[in-house]
Design a protein around this ligand. Structure first.
Ligand code: DGJ
Length: 723
């Protein structure tokens, strides 16, 4: 009888997993991912590239590709502990201590979410252990963008441990792969490097916990076969939507193809998954273009505006910030003056930065007060509410800075809740900017952080903007709340997202800047809750051209908060022209501007508003890179191709550097006639270009010389359709 039962069970298993070989196409407007299920039930990714005209031919791909017999290299989600000995996407310690997982195809489903968006889900399951995985591919067809993630379901009776749990495991087939990645530090964000990938594994990762992108963001650009340029070449751009530790492996395998495994970093994070629980990984978002990095970046920018950013298709507020003009030293009178200046400048909003809070340990420098979010009575005796009213009287809006995830040991919050702080119980503190990180894995801390924002809005319903800062990484990772320290890094970020989710449910559209002591946390996970980000504290305008240029490969211009400050030696015009490349703001003492500087700034704000539709919602084309030209040029064309704005910046400091030949525009309608004019002229100066009317064809084939030279270091051109 026993023998019969086991034979019966074996037969059931056989039927459960004897599947028909099949191909599963996942198509966007121009591309297709082809998954293949072999007769053993193993799923592999046999193709990612241009889609075929005849869908029936997809099933011919596996045989034509001549992939490895057992589909190991090309596995759609490589498991650990069985016949696979490659870098896994998933590794599990079963409840009985066994270290193996085997995943076989069960079924697939396709859900149509809108005309543009659909989701393919591939359901896999281990034949022995009750562990199931679903691979999700969410397709944004028109944008050629895919978001991919996985769900791991523990149906065992006991807890299991996830030793690795990637979001996506991709397989790209080509002769060569070139990886463009970014590294950085404070004020040195987004420095690119590009290299040919060689055999073995190249890893991009972070172990910083919070502010995790400080040294390296979870972004990558992979050129396929040959290095892509702006308009030519096959290229994939990707970003992991996760604001904590991440790990992205690029492995050129023995068959010369590329295995790409991206997800949360499993460093110190063997995640305990309780019986019955589902672990959902963050999403990897990526796009593939066959027309270079330019098109690929526009795909992502379109997707971000439409689907990921808060109010990505809406307007943005120009602003005056007081950080660099006052630092911590201000009072009500000083702010009243700045509020008048905000109006005078013509921007929409005044943003009050750090230093407005804490009483027992006043926030007069960065050593104290963080965590105590009560208004400082000495500086602001009439409260924030009075400032909001003052702003309204001046016809401008009011915004405020917070850093609610952090705490100075010199604060009442720390005195009252030492157990809310991430720190080693038996070791000394180690701090970045004299502060520690609050333990967002703890629901009470989540309530506190949400409460900081909620109370600000409760007391000041007309508050129009928040700048959310985050200045420290996590040292000495230890949570007094977590039962299992291995869950901390993951739960921290999920705790942060829970707070953000609550905030956005209650305040869905309030503009908020994602700041992290510069660009320490710019990723699409966090940006799902924000309208814009702060690219860097480095606002020296030449530096800034490079920084903004590189961010533009990933993020749309309306999300890039660009402030005019006093960094560097460039004239105000240059600094303003550079800041206009994204979302314009100022952080200068308006009262100290010369009459001409003030007039110039006021006119520039008006020009910016006039062209904001093209900058915010149009198409961006990088024309000449700052890396290999004297002059960097970029154009934004509105969606009707009727207006455009071209920014040109002198980068080289060499003798006779300048624009010695025309810059070819892009994105215009060749058949339309366009009038070209120089705008943002400094008072008293005349245009240096040959203004006139040209066809789009002429402007894109021959171009226009912006006449950038050392005495005209930045030139802004307007392009207007003549009907
Ligand atoms: C770091 C930010 O990047 C700055 O813009 C400013 O807000 C300071 N923090 C305030 O402490």
């Amino acid at each position: 009888m026993k023998k019969f039962l086991s034979l019966f069970a074996a037969t059931l298993l056989f039927f459960a997993f004897s599947v028909h070989a099949q191909t599963i196409p996942i198509e966007t407007k121009n591309n297709a991912i082809i998954l293949h299920v072999n007769s053993d039930g193993y799923v592999s990714m046999v193709y990612f590239g241009k889609k075929l005209d005849d869908k029936n031919e997809y099933q011919l791909i596996p045989a034509a590709q001549n992939l490895d017999e057992g589909n190991l290299y090309s596995s759609a989600y490589t498991t650990a502990g069985t016949r696979n000995v490659l870098e896994p996407a998933i590794a599990v310690t079963q409840a009985d201590g066994n270290k193996s997982l085997d995943l076989k195809f069960v079924n697939q489903s396709v859900t149509r979410l809108s005309d543009d968006v659909s989701q393919t889900s591939i359901h896999l399951k281990d034949p022995i252990y009750a562990v199931e995985v679903t691979l999700h591919y969410k397709v944004y067809a028109a944008e050629d963008v895919i978001e991919q993630w996985s769900e791991i379901n523990n149906l065992e009776k006991k807890d299991i441990t996830l030793n690795k749990y990637a979001s996506a495991n991709l397989y790209l087939q080509a002769k060569n792969f070139y990886l463009k990645q970014y590294h950085g530090e404070w004020a040195k964000e987004m420095r690119p490097e590009e290299e040919k990938l060689t055999h073995g594994i190249k890893t991009l990762d972070s172990k910083l916990g919070s502010r995790a992108d400080l040294l390296q963001p979870p972004s990558f650009i992979v050129s396929i076969d040959k290095p892509a340029n702006e308009d030519e070449g096959d290229v994939m751009i990707g970003n992991l939507e996760w604001s904590g530790n991440y790990r992205i492996d690029f492995e050129v395998d023995p068959t010369d193809n590329l295995r790409l495994i991206a997800g949360i970093n499993n460093y110190a994070s063997d995640y305990k998954l309780p019986s019955g629980a589902i672990f959902e990984t963050p999403k990897l978002v990526y796009t593939l273009s066959h027309h270079g990095k330019g098109e690929a970046s526009r795909n992502l920018q379109d997707w971000a505006r439409k689907y990921q950013l808060i109010d990505g298709e809406g307007p943005r507020l120009t602003l005056l910030n007081n950080w660099e003009s006052t630092f911590f030293s201000f009072d009500e009178n000083k702010l009243a003056e700045i509020l008048k200046d905000t109006k005078k400048l013509g921007v929409d909003l005044f943003l009050l930065d750090d230093g407005w809070f804490a009483n027992k340990y006043p926030r007069n420098d960065d050593h104290a007060g963080l965590g105590d979010w009560q208004v400082n009575h000495a500086k602001l005796p009439n409260g924030v509410g009075n400032l909001v009213k003052e702003a309204e009287k001046n016809g401008v809006k009011f915004g405020i800075w917070v850093e609610p995830e952090m705490v100075n040991p010199k604060s009442e919050l720390y005195e009252n809740h030492p157990d809310w702080v991430v720190k080693q119980p038996k070791r000394g503190d180690y701090m970045m900017r004299n502060q520690l990180v609050l333990d967002l894995s703890n629901p009470k801390v989540q309530d506190f952080v949400f409460g900081v924002i909620d109370e600000l809005f409760a007391k000041n319903p007309n508050l129009a903007y928040i700048k959310w800062d985050c200045n420290s990484v996590i040292y000495n990772a230890y949570s007094a709340y977590e039962k299992d320290q291995s869950n901390f890094y993951v739960d921290y970020v999920n705790g942060l997202y829970k707070v953000m989710d609550r905030m956005r449910q209650k305040y869905p559209k309030v503009p908020m800047m994602l700041c992290s002591g510069g660009g320490g946390r710019v990723d699409y996970g966090a940006l799902h809750y924000f309208t814009e980000y702060w690219p860097s504290d480095n606002t020296e305008p030449r530096e800034r051209v490079y920084i903004q240029w590189e961010y533009s490969y990933l993020y749309p211009a309306l999300a890039s908060s660009n402030h005019v400050t006093n960094w560097g030696k460039e004239p105000l015009k240059y600094r303003v022209d550079v800041a206009m490349m994204g979302k314009l703001g100022f952080d200068i003492v308006v009262g100290k501007l010369s009459p001409n500087d003030l007039l110039f700034s006021q006119q520039a704000v008006m020009n910016y508003k006039d062209f904001s539709e093209a900058i915010w919602h149009g198409n961006q084309y990088r024309l000449q890179s700052p890396w290999d030209n004297d002059v960097a040029s970029i154009v934004y064309v509105d969606t009707l191709k009727s207006r455009a704005i071209v920014f040109n910046y002198l980068i080289s400091q060499r003798f006779d550097a300048g624009s010695h030949s025309p810059v070819k525009l892009k994105g215009l309608d060749p058949a339309k006639q366009y009038a070209i004019k120089e705008i943002n002229l400094y008072p008293g100066t005349k245009s240096g270009i040959k203004e006139g009317t040209f066809s789009g064809d002429f402007l894109m084939t021959i171009g226009i010389n912006p006449e950038v030279h050392d005495d005209r270091a930045s030139v802004v051109l307007s392009v207007e359709e003549r009907k």
